[in-house]
Design a protein around this ligand. Sequence first.
Ligand SMILES: Cc1cc2nc3c(=O)[nH]c(=O)nc-3n(C[C@H](O)[C@H](O)[C@H](O)COP(=O)(O)O)c2cc1C
Length: 159
Amino acid sequence: MNLKSEFLDAMSKLISSVHIVTTDGGFGKAGATVSSVTSVCVDSNSPIILCCLHKDSTAAPLIIKNECFCINTLKNDQKEVADIFSTHGSNHTDSKFQISRFESLTTGAPVLSDCLVSFDCKLLSSDLIGTHHVLIGEVQNLKTHSGLPLLYGNRGYVT
Ligand SMILES: Cc1cc2nc3c(=O)[nH]c(=O)nc-3n(C[C@H](O)[C@H](O)[C@H](O)COP(=O)(O)O)c2cc1C
């Protein structure tokens, strides 16, 4: 096994929450399923969060142009939302946003109404590291609901 496949194998042992990252604005609406979300810092008044999105995704260029995104953490009964938002291509955008109810908070990025947590962010930077944009956002607003997160690990959803 080479280091790349060893790395992928090692990463598959980690368990992550599952989110959909969404955007909307003058350049259009998009959304994708992501697990690569982490808090960066909470020292300032506006906490900082990041997610990593492939440069060839439909969502990444629109997030960069709209300069906003919302990270919506899914509940454990929202696997169907994760499945639809992991289908690639702009021809799936309408069906993605028809699957549930969305609202907006501060930035205008779509906020999934019945998810666990939504972090509504202004884009701070979007460095391209290899194949992925590291999208760093300043949290402008957030919403939380009770429930348990949808988890992904060992190349599948954890039940
Ligand atoms: C559980 C799960 C987690 C994912 N995490 C990421 C991620 O962190 N970054 C990423 O670029 N793609 C991730 N994907 C793949 C994207 O959801 C997928 O490529 C999707 O097609 C993107 O939609 P778009 O290309 O239309 O924007 C994940 C998929 C699943 C099912």
